[in-house]
Write a new protein. Structure first.
Length: 306
């Protein structure tokens, strides 16, 4: 019932997927709702589906303890502040707090004081977000945006896009937009000189920001390069290898040294790690990179030798 109120119209297949049940179960549920006096209607056709009768609204006042707790996690304020919504968020939370009963307030206070979500890393990335206010303006007004964009290869060019949404991942902001009929993702810290155009933006029918981001992220992860390398490591430096965040695939004691297999994004990283710890680490595989390490080490000796 809440899903239909939120989305106005949903097919049995959409409801079944969202609720993780069969379509037959959804049809039985619709019969049960009708018997209970909930005015659900079925519409046929390509754009049909199930919906509530126009004007119907639920009046659900009961809140479980877990529902209250989920609303009052001590949330990170950075993203809301960057969106210019921090004060509005605080005001909304105060109103919600005031609407709770004494027992519910105790539950909210309990979880608020015990769980904190902080998405920031230990090292401040200091990303420039000067373009964010203008991008937000374009989104709120549903207008096109023109800006300069610097690619990962430091190539700069002009983009004219139809903004569709903003996503914050960790401390990084991304703009999701359509350009020349195709979806694109832009890192906000690489955007500059934003101009909100007078022309309205075109939003594709049925576009779902969360679904697009999940699908796009999955494709990106699948395309990431992957290089596996095996080292013999002195136990004294193993903690430093783990501290650096290298992805350990396998670790086996091999006498006085430890055989470690790690996963990297490039062969350059494989060589850099081998050179970083000198004689305390030995690259075993890939064999071809042993020669690269040797040549680099020889060049280092020649540069620093008397």
């Amino acid at each position: 019932m809440l899903l239909l109120e939120m989305h106005e119209r949903m097919t049995a297949a959409q409801l079944a997927k969202r609720l993780e049940v069969s379509e037959r179960t959804i049809l039985r549920d619709m019969d049960a709702l009708s018997v209970a006096g909930i005015p659900v209607l079925a519409e046929r056709g390509a754009s049909g589906g199930w919906r509530l009768i126009e004007g119907f609204r639920t009046r659900l006042t009961g809140r479980t303890a877990k529902e209250v707790q989920s609303l009052f996690f001590s949330r990170p304020p950075d993203a809301l502040a960057e969106l210019g919504l921090k004060e509005a968020s605080e005001s909304a939370w105060l109103k919600l707090w005031a609407s709770l009963g004494e027992r519910a307030r105790e539950q909210a206070t309990f979880v608020h004081q015990r769980i904190l979500v902080d998405p920031r890393g230990w090292r401040d990335s200091s990303q420039a977000l000067t373009a964010l206010p203008k991008l937000i303006e374009a989104l709120w007004r549903d207008h096109q945006a023109r800006f300069e964009y610097e690619s990962a290869l430091h190539e700069t060019g002009e983009r004219l896009v139809h903004p569709l949404g903003l996503v914050v991942k960790g401390s990084a902001w991304y703009l999701v937009a359509s350009r020349n009929g195709e979806f694109r993702t832009y890192r906000v810290s690489r955007v500059s000189n934003v101009v909100v155009e007078a022309d309205a933006a075109v939003r594709p029918a049925g576009f779902d920001l969360a679904k697009y981001w999940e699908d796009s992220s999955s494709r990106f992860r699948e395309q990431l390069p992957e290089v596996n390398a095996t080292y013999l490591v002195d136990p004294r430096i193993l903690r430093w290898i783990r501290y650096k965040g290298w992805r350990v695939v396998e670790q086996i004691d091999d006498g006085q040294r430890i055989r470690v297999r790690l996963r990297f994004d490039s062969e350059d990283e494989v060589v850099q790690l081998a050179l970083a710890h000198g004689a305390d680490i030995e690259l075993i595989e890939p064999v071809a990179l042993r020669k690269v390490v040797c040549e680099a080490a020889r060049g280092t000796v020649q540069k620093y030798a008397p």
